[in-house]
Ligand binder design. Sequence first.
Ligand code: NAG
Length: 246
Amino acid sequence: MTLTLSILLILTGITGIHSITTVDKVSVKAGASISIPCLYSSQYRNHVKYLCAGYYWPTCSYAIKTNQRQSSGKYSISDDKTQNIFIVTIKHLADGNTHYWCAVEIDQGPDVRQYFQLFGTRGEPRVKVAQQEVTGYNGENITINCQFTDPGKLKWCKLGRTCVTEKPGLIDGTKVSIKSNSDVFSVTMSGLRPESAGWYWCVKGDFQMPVHLTVTEKPTATPDPVTADGKMTTVNDEPNRSESFH
Ligand SMILES: *[C@@H]1O[C@H](CO)[C@@H](O)[C@H](O)[C@H]1NC(C)=O
């Protein structure tokens, strides 16, 4: 064995571990869309990223790549190089289990990859949120409700960081507390900061549901209650909003 080959093997052995972090299992309503974030090590920032479909790695087929035109309506991919996260979106999810790999292309050597599984269901997804994309205001609180069907441990995790369970804790300096009842748990993040933004997931038992949090400045309230067409603005109390818990 040549020296360069040994070095290459050692390097791939080291970098091959935990180079991509993503979900494990996600349950989704059949026909719906889902976005999955894949966190990669910073040394892969300028590499090509792709989604590969199939249970076995050697025989999986490219679903979408960052260096190819996104012609298919089923898949899309975007690479957030400042966060070292690429996001794959899969539309019209099939009924039943589908198998995927988040992968990073390596020029000379095996591509780096991480497996995940999607469970398309006609029934209730195991863990679900009203929307995957949420926005909170700097300095304020946000509550995210994770509905679930299965028993098991509940958690709220930030991708690549840490998790909080029933006991209140901190994620990136933001206070997180969780309240739960029989089929929903509510995660409250208090005192949002710009660093609070990013990808999180609800976990219940074996299943996760990714949620993306954007933190913006609260728009300054307009004192004028009269709209442009001269009518008074009416504010509804929305008593049926299932997302709000107190
Ligand atoms: C935000 O959460 C904190 C608890 O962490 C609470 O004391 C505070 O009242 C909350 N603020 C609002 C506006 O709900």
